[in-house]
Write a protein that binds this ligand. Sequence first.
Ligand code: 5AD
Ligand code: SF4
Length: 475
Amino acid sequence: MAKDYLLPDLKDARKRNRELSQKVHFSYDPSYEGMGDGLCYYIITHGCQANQRDSETMAGILDALGYVSTEDETKADVIIINTCAVRQGAEEKVFGEIGALKRLKMNKPELIIGIGGCMCQEEETVKILLDKYRQVDIIFGTHNIGSLPKMLHDVYATRQRRVEVFSKMGDIVEDLPVTRFMSHKAWVNIMYGCDKFCTYCIVPYTRGKERSRYKEDILLEVEQLIGQGYKEICLLGQNVNAYGKDLSDEYGFADLLNDVSATGIDRIRFMTSHPWDFNERMIQAIKQNDNIMPYIHLPIQSGSSRILKKMNRRYSKEEYFALFDKLKQELPGYAFTTDIIVGFPDETDQDFQDTLEAVDHCRYDNAYTFIYSRRKGTPAAEFPDATPQEVKEARLQELNKKVAYYANLNNQRFAGQIVEVLVDGLSKRNSHTYSGYTPENKLVNFTGTDIRTGEIVKVKITEVLSFSLNGIAVE
Ligand code: 5AD
Ligand code: SF4
């Protein structure tokens, strides 16, 4: 096949300009209408909430073309894997999955396999997919979801593989169709991309520059969700606190929080916050609006100021503590969680002790902990690192023990209490039990009768575990 595509380029993806991103509208050739009639699709999603939301867009596009979703991949005519590139482990899993699809494709040659998401923004991955995974028909990047109709059409027409990956800073595409996977909780993108360039992280390269959606578009989406009966929204961005900075000096995340709150939706969450942009007005907006849930995720990444500097996190341990202590004081009863990386290049025992001390200081409700994973193309990938993997693993274990200790300690305050749970449905573990989340984002498994997904029910907590609560519905 003649090469009619460009491979992604991480160096190109690093570029930033000050120009406002283009707002573009989604459309496709009307002749594609009905392309999927009588056909099924199956989507596998890896990674963060941004990917979950992107998969909902992919589903929306496929539904619009006439395909229907299936839970059984052997029945699918189109299988899409939406990939994550944030750590090596996630990538290996995807390669394993694509490998396993080979047999399905052998049995059903007309099956179309599409690979999208962050891994496709990496030159090396695309080369491997093209060289070694002949079963893949479509490779598309995070900026190219809107091209799915044309790519599918072209594969049907030519039976050739299609690649479309732009390494650009990114547009804002409004009007993309969406099929949400839940009927009571919704992800709402408020901004895309990231300009922080933490030295370990691939996201600024795979998702382009920080660009905010217009507040009118966000508020309209929230109003529509309320109309459809949604109870909870989560405002999404890699760094939500920077919302609006690219659009104007006057309207920022605090203003957006106030306006979204005024829509009257029951529950509002947001993620992720970067300590750098968290200002006093945001704290006041969170404090003053009862429908903003009492839960804040504030990644620290490391407790060592030396490592934080090497990570380009833009704050020292002391500065993080100052913000954290202020939040704790101003927002009593709130739950706080964090992200922590251990084994960043040349993290010493002392650096790691500083991280343990930070957990002791902040006493988090929970922490998502990771061993540093080298991402080619990021600055940290070139940093010397003599720490053996076993040492990193031992550090992770020690850290996890401490995290579990505080998680349990924090959960004790709910023992015997009555909490409000937004019901997600039957529990994954036990078919006689329901599950859902409290305002503080605590997972509750509980028993009850006539419970419906999307209801907010009162539950009496009868047992406290480190990472969940058990209880009985009381109404
Ligand atoms: N290795 C390990 N963890 C990482 N994260 C991001 N990049 C890496 C990496 N290269 C973690 C950070 C981030 C979370 C989403 O993933 O903690 O907050
Ligand atoms: Fe990655 Fe840092 Fe941006 Fe978060 S803020 S997405 S860790 S570069």
